[in-house]
Design a protein around this ligand. Structure first.
Ligand code: GLU
Length: 415
């Protein structure tokens, strides 16, 4: 098993060395400020009681409240959540938003639960955690397998327990329904991670030697991969492969992501999709494409398969999809890896806009949200590209250096 937290620490220390940051700063950032493990009792539909383990890791709040999603996954564990929390600290710093880094996880395969069991689990997690979160303290959001509906249950449970009326403790909430408009989710949040990824891609594309209309393979069809596929296709890119957690499909002439999504909604699988070859998730990574977009889980591109990964540009919409060993090999062969802490920052940026709207009692038009997203993200992509060139380092190292400079200027003082 590859430990994502060890990988995150290697990235952190590697960049610190290049940037010559003081070891005190890096020692602090190598630890979580607070780690909470909870037990969530859930009454199942058949009357039995089951216990689920959940985590919230609060990594660093020097730049603002802890911020980051909650994932529901059978393989979630504390080291994974620690890594994801550390990456959130770097991501919010790269984005230049006034937030810190945190992450949550519950060990569960949500596909095995009924909707009401899922609701009780979501509310139970908040009951176990509510004293440790809040609009100025820690602001969770969706991540793998968690949805706007789950955020609605969570924010409702939080309001009941705490009396807070702002709805600003959770982001990624639904739009519509009966809640007052100014306490809902933000326009644009659903597509934000995929769209932000496309803005970053577009900013670096030509410099990375990738042609407009290039071929793209996308691993993952959750909120991130699904939107990314549609956005790439609508900008004239040839999306040749898509996949879900069970496997994928490939057509070298291009797929229509809308059709693929419709098929998946109806059949709950990609198997049987006409006019495409069935492939595994491992095969998807090795396709002869210009652009590879991992948008699922960590540790997909490793020393085991990197020699067969041929894409020129890898846009990390997942968190931690490339191991440090694979990163090094990709860099040596001249591939451009656009790192997660830049490529997928669109989600947390629009989450922060949602939080601002909730606190101010406002609801912004979609156009305003997307314009602000682009204005926030593209200058950071340009800056990180420049830094990478100046220092002759990969984009990930440059992104960590930019984040560390911002963290160093506000670092919590030792007593
Ligand atoms: N889970 C997303 C991420 O990994 C979004 C976090 C947020 O919106 O706070 O960046």
């Amino acid at each position: 098993m590859i430990n994502p937290f060890e990988n995150a620490l290697r990235q952190l220390w590697g960049a610190a060395k290049v940037g010559e940051f003081p070891s005190d700063l890096i020692e602090k950032l190598s630890r979580s400020e607070k780690e909470i493990t909870v037990t969530i009792p859930v009454r199942m539909d058949d009357g039995t009681l089951r216990f689920f383990e959940g985590y919230r890791v609060q990594h660093c709040n020097w730049r603002g409240p802890y911020k980051g999603g909650i994932r529901f996954h059978q393989n979630a564990d504390i080291d994974e959540v620690r890594a994801l929390a550390l990456w959130m600290t770097m991501k919010t710093a790269v984005a230049g938003i006034a937030m810190g880094g945190g992450k949550g996880g519950v060990v569960v395969d949500p596909k095995e639960l009924s909707v009401s069991e899922l609701e009780r689990l979501s509310r139970g997690f908040v009951r176990a955690l509510w004293r440790d979160i809040g609009p100025r303290v820690d602001v969770p959001a969706p991540d793998v397998n968690t949805t706007p509906e789950i955020m609605a249950w969570m924010v409702d449970e939080y309001a009941k327990l705490s009396g807070d009326q702002t709805d600003a403790t959770f982001t990624g909430k639904p739009i519509g329904g009966t809640r007052p408009q100014n306490r809902q989710g933000s326009e644009g949040r659903g597509a934000a991670t995929g769209l932000g990824g496309f803005y970053v891609f577009d900013a670096v594309r030509a410099r990375a030697g990738v042609a407009e209309g290039a071929s793209v393979a996308i691993q993952g069809m959750g909120n991130v991969g699904g939107h990314a596929a549609k956005i790439f296709a609508s900008h004239g890119y040839k999306v040749v492969a898509m996949s879900d957690s069970k496997g994928g499909i490939y057509n070298e002439n291009g797929l229509d992501p809308e059709e693929v999504e419709k098929y998946k909604e109806e059949h709950h699988t990609l198997t049987g999709f006409s006019d495409a070859k069935e492939i595994s998730n491992a095969e998807l990574l090795e396709l002869p494409v210009d652009v590879l977009v991992p948008a699922a889980l960590e540790n997909q591109i490793t020393d085991q398969n990197v020699s067969r990964v041929s894409a020129k540009l890898i846009l990390e919409l997942a968190n931690g999809p490339t191991t440090p060993e694979a990163d090094e090999i990709l860099h040596q062969r001249g591939a451009v890896v656009v790192p997660d802490i830049l490529a997928n920052a669109g989600g947390v940026i629009v989450s922060t806009f949602e939080w601002e709207q909730n606190l101010a009692g406002e609801h912004w038009e979609e156009e305003k949200v997307l314009t602000k997203l682009k204005e926030t993200l593209v200058p950071q992509a340009d800056l990180i590209w420049q830094r990478a060139e100046e220092k002759k380092v990969p984009l990930r190292v440059a992104a960590f250096i930019v984040a560390l400079e911002r963290l160093a200027s506000v670092q919590g003082q030792a007593v």
